[in-house]
Design a protein around this ligand. Structure first.
Ligand code: FES
Length: 83
């Protein structure tokens, strides 16, 4: 499978509402980061639907390499400039 495009190298602080369904961009091509704008069309990627239990700000992954998508797990700090 192809690797996602790195949309950013720092997480995106995002206010989320409990119980609402969000669609996280996994391809990295969306112009509406961190959410899907259908730019994944013609790719191997599809958006990740998710919801949260608590309304608050969350740090969502922009590098698309987190092992805990859609949330940042710090992986962005291990990427070198060539990635
Ligand atoms: S922005 Fe992707 S792991 Fe932090």
């Amino acid at each position: 499978m192809t690797k996602p495009t790195i949309a950013g190298r720092t997480p995106i602080p995002t206010q989320l509402e409990a119980g609402k369904t969000y669609y996280f961009c996994t391809c990295g091509l969306s112009q509406n980061q961190p959410f899907c704008d259908s730019s994944h069309r013609d790719s191997d990627f599809s958006p990740k639907a998710f919801a949260v239990d608590e309304s608050k700000a969350y740090y969502l992954c922009a590098c698309k390499q987190s092992a805990d998508l859609p949330f940042c797990d710090g992986t962005h700090s291990t990427l070198d400039a060539s990635q």
